[in-house]
Design a protein around this ligand. Structure first.
Ligand SMILES: [Zn+2]
Length: 93
């Protein structure tokens, strides 16, 4: 698939540039698996399975959500960022 291969090439280029810059500045680049980082509640670490039945556009339109497990009110992007940070810190531990 052409658009997928272009997207993959862009990611590959971005990652190699980030590796170069990190090495230049003596920093460590941590690449994490983004799977479910938007769907796991940062507060209680449970995956919200209510999203599984949504179409992709419905899912992308969900900017804020309430955790069905602990009832935390979550901003989609802030929640995902916290999960990504936590995954990064796990790899350092
Ligand atoms: Zn929760």
């Amino acid at each position: 698939h052409l658009s997928a291969s272009i997207a993959n090439a862009s990611w590959g280029t971005l990652i190699s540039q980030l590796k170069y810059k990190c090495a230049w500045y003596g920093k460590r680049l941590i690449i994490i698996d983004p799977k479910n980082t938007s769907r796991i509640c940062h507060e209680c670490k449970q995956k919200n399975n209510e999203f599984d039945s949504l179409s992709q556009s419905e899912w992308l339109a969900a900017r804020e959500w309430d955790c069905p497990n602990c009832h935390a009110h979550l901003d989609r992007d802030v929640n995902a960022a916290k999960n990504i940070l936590a995954k990064g810190l796990e790899t350092l531990a």
